[in-house]
Write a protein that binds this ligand. Structure first.
Ligand SMILES: [Zn+2]
Length: 323
């Protein structure tokens, strides 16, 4: 294994630094041919070379696809991935028995968490409003809407946005999440297997903070590189579409760097066999108002001007008469 310092961004526009700020990487392995099961992109014929680098500090994997993915996708990404069969794939996925469906388990996980968390923060008990970022085949927004949630789907790919509109039958925005305006606010923002596709996941995750209602939460799923690496380089967590595969540490650091607070982070093995890290995140708590008032009271006790006197008059608790 060679240790290597990324002197310049890799060919993909990757950050030269890891999410953790680290800049030293080990070359974990390389690919000269596509691993079994990976989508064969016509543009890659005869020039396949990928490198997987691992941060020595936090264990995060940076994956250099060796080509400009935008260029690769500008061909027929959705077609290459799902062919003309996106509709059939949608039908097949929603018909999976619950115990074999990653999506079923995901929806249950989120609705259960919302039951504990959202209701505790929302006196109105209204229908939760969710934004699903990177809705893809739209199986998730469909299932969440079936639970009675109000769901908006967002996808930058017009073909996938069309799927959400016509198959999941939910309001749909076709846009780049990092630049889209006027999305509104939501109780829950979900990013299922999205952050591993973008060069700067912290920037994308940070965007959710301005869209959350007070007391709302973000749910995210990313590939667990740590778990998958135990099974070797053939795992789909390292397939060409992914620029990142995460460690438990790098997920925690990403959440903190994006201005969110981790509420729950877990590694799990999904029904499909995928190694995945999931996280629920909230907005950091406002400072405790009682603490703030107590601190103010200490301050005014140390001053003797009119403002201090006025504050004391207004705010000093009425003393119980002494017996
Ligand atoms: Zn790192």
């Amino acid at each position: 294994m060679a240790e290597y310092e990324l002197a310049a961004p890799a060919r993909t526009g990757h950050l030269a630094r890891c999410l953790c700020g680290g800049h030293r990487f080990d070359l974990a392995w390389t690919y000269a041919t596509p691993p079994e099961g990976e989508t064969r992109y016509p543009g890659l014929d005869g020039r396949y070379h990928r490198e997987v680098w691992r941060c020595t500090a936090c264990g995060h994997f940076l994956i250099d696809p060796g080509v400009d993915l935008e260029e690769l996708y500008s061909g027929d990404s959705a077609e290459a991935t799902h062919g003309d069969h996106m509709r059939e794939t949608f039908e097949r996925l929603i018909a999976l028995p619950p115990e074999r469906s990653d999506n079923h388990v995901r929806v249950r996980r989120i609705t259960e968490f919302a039951g504990d968390w959202l209701w505790a923060h929302d006196a109105e008990q209204r229908r939760p409003r969710a934004l699903d970022v990177g809705s893809g085949l739209a199986v998730f927004p469909w299932a969440l809407a079936s639970e009675g949630w109000s769901v908006t789907a967002l996808d930058p790919d017009p073909r996938q946005a069309e799927l959400a509109r016509t198959l999941a039958c939910v309001p749909t925005v076709c846009a780049d999440f990092t630049t889209a305006d006027g999305l509104g606010t939501f109780d829950v923002v979900t990013l299922n297997k999205v952050l591993e596709h973008v060069p700067d996941p912290v920037m994308m995750l940070n965007r959710t903070t301005s869209l959350l209602e007070p007391g709302g939460f973000v749910y995210l799923e990313v590939p667990d590189g740590e778990g998958a690496a135990e099974d070797g380089p053939g795992r789909e967590e390292f397939f060409i579409e992914h620029l990142h595969a995460f460690s438990l540490t790098s997920v925690g650091l990403m959440i903190a760097a994006s201005g969110l607070a981790a509420l729950r982070v877990e590694r799990l093995r999904e029904p499909s066999g995928n190694y995945t890290i999931i996280a629920f995140c909230g907005l950091p708590e406002l400072p405790n108002r009682q603490e703030e008032r107590r601190a103010l009271r200490v301050l005014v006790h140390e001053r003797h001007d009119d403002a201090a006197a006025a504050w004391l008059e207004l705010d000093e608790p009425v003393r119980e008469p002494l017996d």
